[in-house]
Design a protein around this ligand. Sequence first.
Ligand code: IMP
Ligand code: MG
Length: 182
Amino acid sequence: MTHPDHPVPGRVLLSAPDIAAIVARLGREITQDYAGRHPVLISLLKGGVVFLADLIRQITIPHHIEFLRVSSYDGAIRSSGVVRIVGDLEIDLVGRDVLLVEDVIDTGTTLAYIVDMLRLRNPGSLEICALLRKRVPNQAGIPIRYLGYDIPDEYVVGYGLDYRENFRHLPFVAALDPESAR
Ligand code: IMP
Ligand code: MG
């Protein structure tokens, strides 16, 4: 049992207080590094929305938020390798300090694709902030400027992350039982 209020077939990897501590640290780092620069934080929908909402409340300098909606999983447990943009940004990135805020990096396929796409828009800078990174072989080698936590190669849910649109609301991150995640 993961939590009496939120029974999930799996085990807790990061509790709500664990996540809060990580997000506070990331917010402090971003606040320091971007002082005086007014960065644009880009969140990937839908999974990244909970993380972004908490992260921006730990950032004490002015910044903008934007949303990008991509689809790479099509409801399956493994990345298809095909990334589609289904909702684009509202602003021009030319010369802007862009921080891409990602929930979890698995194969890195999604991120590699998005980074290439955003570079073509000539931002002044482009960095990545990821809450979770899985330890997987052959991960696309993208430098992560701000990393929350390394996790084992398991399917995780909660704190915005879903399995077939379930479990996004959980206040913790749990590894789903492989039996349930088929
Ligand atoms: P990647 O392209 O394999 O790195 O996968 C990237 C995207 O797939 C992430 O942004 C998530 O939206 C989703 N994803 C990857 N692993 C998980 C997981 O364990 N749980 C839920 N979503 C995941
Ligand atoms: Mg995502």
